[in-house]
Design a protein around this ligand. Structure first.
Ligand code: ADP
Ligand code: MG
Length: 687
């Protein structure tokens, strides 16, 4: 057997960057370009410009102020410049001896002592000048530019770059774009006469071609997975007149809002079809998504099937369980069916009983955490899977839940819920394969939450405010931040705050909740808080999602500058759930330099300015960009590298319109196009 050759560090890095095929290399485009085609005279140079000069060394010495450095003075006949090297080898010092000539490239700074360059690139004088701009590629430390440039060049030479746009299609693009081959050749090695601005802001027709290609690949793969899904089958679940859903509606202690009624109907229409539902239910925190899930479950149960509801945390699952038992069990009991409960922390005996209920089908509804998707869990007849806070789950988990249908020729209907709305542009492009229902109205009687920013130095006043809330019979959350590097530190922060507040509020029950507590203790603490005996709950972010205690009216978030925007919004959503006026106080602590970072400021400002989850999501997208927004790793969706959804909305619309025509009339081209752009990655989109 031939010995398997070990990969070198740069080869490994290439793989890690996903640059495995020739075409991947050809599509790995420069971040920027350097102009090494010209040698400039110092007299013609401008401050801040990246230039290349050729000059003679007139002095070379080691200086010690402010720190050890090699200072080389050069003259090019039109002016002089000082080169500073903070790290250098003796051999470099020797090479830069007085009287030698070199080519220097770097950014020119006008200092107190005339022109300066820090760490210029040094090359022999008189060497031939390149005729094209030099590409600078995105890379990692173990993959040097020079190696990558060579790899890209040979990838570009070998790759199949034949056109995959159907005949006549490029002409439909306005303004005109280039052919793929020309566009790539140009972007990798642009001629020096091009306006760098058009290259850098990606408005050049060569860039337009790549963006159009990329968006088309994405739209095609989305459409393909939608069509694949449409070929799958699910049980058709009709909503009966006088059935379980109607009974449940009649027994609820409140009337649905208009928005809730609308989404319940949208879901009912999906369930009645034989095609699996693939719907995202989005609605701001507190908009009442749980009851919508219960009403959907009622339809499935009424038709004799089972429903599963999966939530990301035990606290949340437990809360759903209680609520759903309250709503559904009175209706299920006469039918001899039940609500089952599955979590990781469950006792073996209880778990065994629950598993039996699920397997026999006696459990009409199964509520739980990730435990629901474990192998031992066998459903008798799962027809509807509901995933709460879906963005907390990964692709694999969603797939596992879908695979829980016993009849492998069928799929359960899938309802995903989220309080983090997907901005419209993202929905259009990444989730073309997803139907979206939106609850855009809060239940009546809620007063808007007032949000205030408070510096940490004003803690005393804050405690006064807590006292007055407690005096009115209200309850208070106090959230401490998650410090990612250290769970221990995190804990000590929360523990300390807990102690401080207990002392400051004698006679008030102050509780503590954090992720490392045993589940039974968490449960007990939550029970005391939701029962109203506990006045203040100090917690880490475990309460972030879904917790529902309507009597809580004040949310204090400590070190608010450390939280993400959607997380802050989720946390704030824990209050304002009853009729009482509620407030959220964001306590921020400037760093050692007395500052708060710009992005943190932007987040806090957004929080203070709006309560609207959609507006928050929009601002979040603006602050973080789509990459972080989607959580690339989690969603598995390959992100757009070149196109920008907002700026390239026209190209996106073009790709959306072309995708179905291309799949129908030019399926072979479509396949080649998706393969070229997404390779093996398109599978991910299907979850
Ligand atoms: P979320 O959408 O954040 O999951 P929940 O489903 O937890 O919100 O609902 C928030 C609270 O509002 C719950 O106490 C729920 O029972 C209540 N609720 C839901 N719908 C209505 C309604 N139409 N009228 C009054 N209260 C409602
Ligand atoms: Mg919820």
């Amino acid at each position: 057997m031939p010995e398997k050759q070990a990969l070198s560090a740069p080869q490994k890095a290439l793989h890690k960057l996903g640059l495995t095929r020739d075409i991947d290399l050809a599509l790995h485009l420069p971040l920027r370009w350097e102009d090494e085609t010209r040698v400039l005279r110092l007299a013609d140079a401008r401050e801040g410009e990246s230039v290349q000069i050729e000059a003679e060394v007139t002095a070379c010495e080691i200086a010690y102020r402010p720190r050890r450095q090699l200072v080389v003075t050069v003259e090019d006949g039109s002016g002089s410049c000082q080169m500073r090297f903070f790290s250098f080898y003796p051999s470099q010092q020797k090479a830069l001896a007085v009287g030698t000539r070199h080519r220097f490239r770097g950014e020119l700074r006008g200092g107190f002592l005339g022109w300066q360059m820090v760490h210029p690139v040094v090359k022999p004088a008189g060497a031939a000048l390149p005729t094209a701009l030099t590409p600078v590629y995105p890379t990692v430390a173990t993959l040097p530019q020079a190696y990558l440039r060579k790899a890209v060049l040979s990838g570009l030479a070998r790759a199949d770059l034949s056109d995959t746009f159907p005949p006549g299609v490029s002409e439909t693009l306005q303004p005109q774009v280039w052919g793929l081959r020309e566009a790539l050749a140009f972007l990798h090695h642009p001629t020096p006469d091009v306006a760098l601005a058009a290259l850098e802001d990606r408005s050049h027709p060569a860039w337009q071609r790549l963006k159009a290609e990329e968006l088309l690949a994405q739209q095609l793969s989305q459409l393909e997975s939608k069509r694949e899904r449409d070929a799958l089958r699910s049980p058709a679940l009709a909503t009966r007149r006088g059935g379980l859903q109607e009974t449940l509606l009649a027994q609820l202690p409140f009337a649905l809002t208009g928005a809730q009624r609308r989404v319940v109907e949208e879901i009912a229409r999906d369930l009645a079809r034989e095609v699996p539902m693939h719907r995202l239910l989005q609605g701001d925190v507190g908009s009442g998504k749980t009851v919508v899930a219960a009403l959907a479950a009622a339809v499935a149960i009424d038709a004799g099937w089972q429903c599963a509801l999966m939530a990301p945390t035990e606290i949340l699952a437990e809360q759903h369980f209680r609520k759903l038992i309250g709503w559904l069990e009175p209706l299920l009991a006469p039918l001899g069916r039940r609500v089952a409960w599955l979590t990781g922390s469950q006792k073996k005996k209880e778990r065994g009983e629950m598993l039996a209920l699920v397997e026999s089908g006696e459990a009409a509804l199964v509520v739980g955490t990730h435990a629901v998707i474990q192998d031992q869990v066998q459903f008798k007849a799962l027809a509807l899977a509901v995933i709460d806070e879906q963005h907390r789950f990964g692709v694999a988990q969603r797939l596992a839940l879908r695979a829980k249908m016993k009849d492998t020729a069928q799929e359960p209907h899938l309802l995903m819920m989220s309080a983090t709305p997907i901005p419209r542009t993202l929905a259009m492009s990444y989730y073309a394969d997803l139907d979206v229902s939106t609850i855009d109205e809060l239940p009546p009687g809620r007063t808007p939450i007032v949000t205030r920013l408070v510096a940490d130095s004003r803690r005393e006043q804050l405690i006064e405010r807590i006292r007055s809330q407690l005096a009115e019979g209200r309850q208070v959350y106090w959230v401490c931040p998650l410090i990612e590097e250290s769970e221990a530190l995190d804990l000590s922060n929360a523990t300390q705050t807990h102690q401080d507040l207990s002392e400051a509020l004698p006679g008030v029950m102050v509780g503590l909740l954090h992720s490392r507590m045993p589940p039974a203790e968490k449960k007990a603490v939550m029970a005391l808080f939701s029962g109203g005996q506990m006045g203040v709950l100090v917690s880490t972010t475990v309460i972030e999602v879904g917790v529902d205690v309507p009597n809580a009216s004040l949310m204090v978030i400590e070190h608010a500058e450390r939280f993400g925007l959607s997380q802050l919004h989720q946390l704030r959503g824990r209050v304002g759930r009853g009729a009482a006026a509620s407030a959220c106080v964001l306590v921020f602590s400037p760093n050692e330099n007395g500052r708060v970072s710009e992005t943190a400021k932007a987040r806090l400002k957004a929080m203070a300015e709006t309560n609207d989850g959609f507006e928050i999501a929009r601002r979040d997208l603006e602050i973080r960009g789509p990459g972080e927004f989607l959580g690339a790793r989690q969603s598995g969706a390959p992100l757009l590298r070149f196109a920008d959804l907002e700026a390239d909305a026209d190209l996106l619309a073009w790709a959306r319109a072309l995708a179905p025509l291309m799949l129908d009339r030019h399926p072979a081209l479509a396949r080649r196009h998706v393969e070229r752009w997404l390779g093996g990655k398109s599978e991910f989109l299907k979850a």
